[in-house]
Design a binder for this molecule. Structure first.
Ligand code: SF4
Length: 159
């Protein structure tokens, strides 16, 4: 069976979401064994994705609109990824990037930092700050195995 190609894209966040992924401990090996990780923080000097399509892009952090590389990276992610996942509150809603200016949930106060859906279409959201390790683990396994019932609550409502 061909393993799905996965990119872990890191934008403006605290890296806590990545730590949560690592906090799955030995289950992380299950995840890494089930996918072909083609891009992540440790591969690349790389503010650009590798050539070709990826199946799943997991995006941590919001976008700083004043950072052209970040804007380019999130747009490139959308072009190349079959499924774009907003992983964690910063990516999904702007989260603490907004709280830092005394904002309210989902009401950005700092115009320079935005959730990724301000720039691209998002296919799925994994909430939390950070999301619980079991949630990202279960999501990844469901995505790899095609468990659409499990994935349904995470999928964007296009209505
Ligand atoms: Fe950090 Fe929370 Fe943002 Fe994740 S959602 S990058 S843990 S502040």
């Amino acid at each position: 069976m061909t393993k799905p190609k996965v990119a872990y894209v890191h934008l403006s966040g605290c890296t806590g979401c990545l730590v949560s992924l690592a906090d799955t401990y030995e289950k992380l090996l299950d995840i890494l064994g089930a996918v072909d990780m083609v891009y992540n923080l440790t591969l690349a000097d790389a503010r650009t994705l590798p050539e070709g399509k990826v199946d799943i892009a997991i995006v941590e952090g919001g976008v700083c609109l004043q950072d052209e590389e970040s804007v380019h990276l999130i747009k490139e992610t959308r072009e190349k990824a079959g499924l774009v996942v907003a992983y964690g509150g910063c990516s999904a809603t702007g989260n603490v990037l907004n709280f830092s200016r005394g904002g309210q949930w989902n009401q950005p106060q700092h115009e320079s930092f935005v959730p990724i859906n301000r720039l691209i279409k998002v296919d799925a959201y994994i909430p939390g700050c950070p999301p619980a390790p079991e949630v990202i683990y279960n999501f990844c396994i469901a995505a790899v195995t095609g468990d659409t019932e499990y994935l349904k609550p995470f999928m964007a409502n296009e209505a």
